[in-house]
Design a protein around this ligand. Structure first.
Ligand code: CDP
Length: 201
């Protein structure tokens, strides 16, 4: 039996944390689809043509060390505007979504393009200030020396690119539960998501 949970939203809204917790709660597999675009972005930074990089992407590319940084994130959002890059990544994501035992996918276009038929769709947001602060703390803990202002600008630039692109722009899917985590703890946000998914089972 398959059961797909689509979790979309802007940068650092809490999608990853919520998705991992929800997957653990229901015993579902989890795919962070941002990693696919980050892996293609990292290859583009190495000088590989992005469409060719997306077409040749392998599972081990997702385990590369440098994918979480801000430079790769920016490049990811640039390659993510290329329709052929997105097209090359569709089949893998759809197969993952329909695997037996249930799947949670988080990204920008899961509920709108990859899995419009997902049983549960959630769009997680938070204010730009809260998201920038969360990402700043995460990156500092990972050893980055970027200032809060620089992280903030990075997040805003990516949101704008992700929202305004013609191919699969970031937006809430029809029928998605939209919730703002600005004033919530992680546990509260996870509880909201679990309740919404439970209601669909
Ligand atoms: O972790 P964060 O929310 O900052 O970013 P991410 O989910 O790792 O995604 C990195 C970039 O990949 C995004 O800014 C998007 O441009 C792109 N992306 C996308 O276009 N579609 C997806 N399903 C997932 C990510």
């Amino acid at each position: 039996m398959s059961f797909t949970v689509a979790i979309d939203g802007p940068a650092a809204a809490g999608k990853g944390t919520i998705s991992r917790a929800v997957a653990a709660h229901f015993g579902f597999a989890h795919l962070d689809t941002g990693l696919l675009y980050r892996a293609v972005g990292a290859k583009a930074l190495e000088g590989i043509e992005p469409i060719a990089a997306a077409e040749a992407l392998r599972a081990e590319d997702l385990a590369a060390q440098n994918l979480r940084g801000a430079e790769v994130a920016q490049e990811a959002s640039k390659v993510a505007t290329i329709p052929e890059v997105r097209a090359a990544l569709v089949d893998f994501q759809r197969a993952f979504a329909r695997r037996n035992g249930g799947a949670v996918l988080d990204g920008r276009d899961i509920g709108t393009v990859i899995c419009p038929e997902a049983e549960a769709k959630i769009f997680v947001t938070a204010s730009a200030e809260v998201r920038a602060k969360r990402r700043f703390l995460e990156q500092r803990a990972a050893g980055s020396a970027m200032s809060l202002e620089a992280v903030w600008a990075e997040v805003i630039a990516r949101d704008e690119r992700d929202q305004s692109r013609a191919a699969a722009p970031m937006k809430p899917a029809e029928g998605a539960l939209i919730f703002d985590t600005s004033e919530m703890t992680i546990d509260e946000a996870v509880a909201v998501a679990i309740k919404a998914i439970q209601a669909r089972r």
